[in-house]
Design a protein around this ligand. Structure first.
Ligand code: NAP
Length: 302
């Protein structure tokens, strides 16, 4: 039986692995993706991680992973199908039929892209990852849908590749941070299309146009590709019935990672928190190990 099973190998999970290894705990990271490092791997550039300005997201993820491996962290490439809890601890059933047990669990499974759900949104040419698919649109016209940090970062990234980037947002103000808004406003080939609600993706074999409802009128943008950046959904299905989730499905947990289930800790983007960034994810990973250590020692927890 492990002391800690860490579920997820993004920045939060990998940091938990580093801290658990340093603390001499018997820990394992269960990861769905081979040699994963979470969504940070598909982020082009990270400008706000202290001490490492302008580092590539992939490079940062790899550095986290190498650090965890170098500390001796163990990894198990498998997908968790179910988690059961009893007096002994937590019992994980994997999709390949194997099982793992641990006295505690640090849940750091991250989030998944929210999918666009209008007619035609399954057509080829609708993407959720600008850094993965952007290169296909050199000299072409694309739309980014959304008004958050991801949408504006994607629009800026694509502005270096595509001829024209429409930034389609359903309200008249963006929720992205001010520096991203300023950068987008100064970029000639980014055109904001505000108060515009996507209603249909049009195309025969692949994306040809995006229909919008704008000020109660229908408009059509003719384009080659669509990048939807409309937020994320927490990967918390496994925790239903095991720990309290908020109305949006995030695990209710404070900075110490404590959930409503003793011995189960939540770290990173899955947790209720005001700021979802790499720097807060890594802090969560460290805090969860500190909380788990107290739990394993039988110290009183709230
Ligand atoms: P987000 O902040 O939740 O923004 C999602 C955007 O999509 C919102 O503008 C929302 O509109 C819009 N939207 C949602 N559903 C929609 C729909 N069905 N149709 C059209 N538009 C829709 O998501 P995010 O940008 O991915 O960011 C997630 C978290 O990661 C945030 O905490 C963010 O700060 C963080 N993040 C940080 C960085 C960074 O610091 N560099 C980079 C990326 C992400 P409304 O505004 O009207 O709700």
């Amino acid at each position: 039986m492990y002391d800690i099973i860490i579920i997820g190998s993004g920045p939060a999970g990998l940091t938990a692995a580093i801290y658990a290894s340093r603390a001499g705990l018997r820990a394992v990271v269960v990861e769905k993706d081979t040699m994963g490092a979470g969504q940070i791997s598909v982020t082009e550039q990270v400008d706000n991680y202290p001490g490492l300005p302008h580092i590539g997201g992939y490079e940062l993820g790899e550095a986290f992973r190498e650090h965890a491996q170098g500390m001796g962290a163990g990894f198990c490439e498998n997908e968790v199908e179910a988690i059961a809890a009893d007096a002994a601890g937590f019992h994980l059933a994997m999709t390949d039929g194997t099982a793992l047990s641990g006295k505690s669990v640090i849940y750091a499974a991250g989030t998944s892209y929210r999918r666009l759900s209008v007619p035609g949104s399954q057509l080829p040419g609708v993407s959720y990852c600008a850094t993965c698919d952007g290169a296909f649109y050199a000299g072409k016209t694309v739309a980014v849908i959304g008004g958050g940090d991801t949408a504006l970062e994607d629009a800026l990234y694509l502005s270096h590749i595509a001829k024209q980037v429409y930034l389609v947002h359903r309200r008249d103000t963006f929720r992205a941070n001010a520096s991203l808004q300023a950068a987008a406003a100064q970029t000639e080939n980014i055109t904001p299309v505000l108060c515009a609600v996507p209603t249909e993706v049009v195309g025969e074999k692949r994306v040809e146009a995006l229909k919008l409802l704008r000020n109660e009128k229908e408009e059509t943008l003719v384009l080659d590709g669509i990048f939807a950046a409309i937020g994320s959904i927490p990967n918390t299905d496994l925790l239903k019935g095991l720990a309290d989730l908020d109305a949006s499905g995030y695990v209710i947990a404070g900075e110490d990672g404590l959930t409503s289930r003793p011995g189960l800790f939540a770290a990173g983007d899955v947790r209720t928190k005001p700021l979802r960034q790499v720097v807060t994810a890594v802090a969560d990973g460290a805090n969860c190990v500190a909380s788990a250590e107290k739990y394993l020692l039988g110290m009183v927890m709230k």
